[in-house]
Design a protein around this ligand. Structure first.
Ligand SMILES: *[C@@H]1O[C@H](CO)[C@@H](O)[C@H](O)[C@H]1NC(C)=O
Ligand SMILES: *[C@@H]1O[C@H](CO)[C@@H](O)[C@H](O)[C@H]1NC(C)=O
Length: 217
């Protein structure tokens, strides 16, 4: 009986062709999906530089998902130092500690602080240079544009639909503010003050970015 006429070379070529098509499928499947934003670390400290139509402020952000709390300490340029303290049970305190102008307002919001994966579902817009960093860019519900460093995956910048823009100056993963600093002052628990609604209240929500943001996501 005649032996098979298929030469070993032919077999090798066929195998190689199968392997090549398999691996090119795999690599194209891997490069197709859009990148997704890195979830926020469960605890970090960040200094944010904020520009809202030329009004500048610095925010000390202490994000502490582990303990269900989030703190924005907001210094307006040559202005007020404002504390915006948010708990995952929906309570938000906003207060000043300055001598004679002590004030506090509290609010109950029916959602907690931002989840670490709050950017899930954002639309990928591509790559862009911002603040000198090469970033991936996403947009979430016409509300926020978010820029993340392509290599380090750290947030670099975000901007709200209002035009308020945030530049991330430091990003210390794992940094935690000591418990004592999370205690709202006694006058926040004074019933007369609870429903105080400072004129700048809405502004504060937006500067803190979390209250309004939470409602949208
Ligand atoms: C931004 O600032 C300019 C100049 O001060 C002012 O004319 C304009 O109304 C401001 N826009 C907003 C949205 O506040
Ligand atoms: C939420 O937690 C904070 C801190 O423990 C507390 O001061 C506040 O009263 C709580 N709010 C509610 C509605 O339980």
């Amino acid at each position: 009986m005649k032996k098979s006429t298929v030469s070993p070379i032919t077999v090798l070529l066929v195998v190689a062709a199968i392997l090549i098509s398999y691996y090119s499928d795999v690599s194209s499947a891997e490069s197709d999906p859009d990148p997704t934003p890195a979830p926020w670390p469960h605890q970090f400290h960040s200094i944010l530089f904020v520009n809202f139509n030329g009004s500048l402020s610095l925010i000390d952000l202490w994000y502490d998902w582990t303990n269900g709390r989030n703190f924005n300490i907001i210094q307006d340029q040559l202005g007020e130092l404002l504390y915006d303290l948010e708990w995952n049970n929906g309570t938000v305190f906003r207060y000043t500690l300055d001598g004679d102008k002590k004030k506090c307002s509290s609010a109950l919001i029916d959602v907690g602080i931002l989840r670490p994966n709050w950017l899930d579902g954002a639309t990928y817009l591509g790559q862009q240079f911002i603040d000198g960093f090469h970033c991936n860019v996403w947009q979430k519900v016409d509300f926020i544009w978010y820029y993340e460093d392509i290599v380090t995956k750290r947030p670099v910048h975000w901007v709200f639909y209002t035009g308020r823009s945030i530049h991330v100056m430091t990003f210390e993963v794992g940094a935690v503010l000591e418990d004592a600093k999370w205690q709202a002052p006694v006058y926040c628990f004074d019933k007369k003050q609870v429903h105080d609604d400072p004129a700048s209240d809405n502004d504060i929500l937006e500067i803190g970015s979390k209250g309004i943001l939470r409602e949208f996501i």
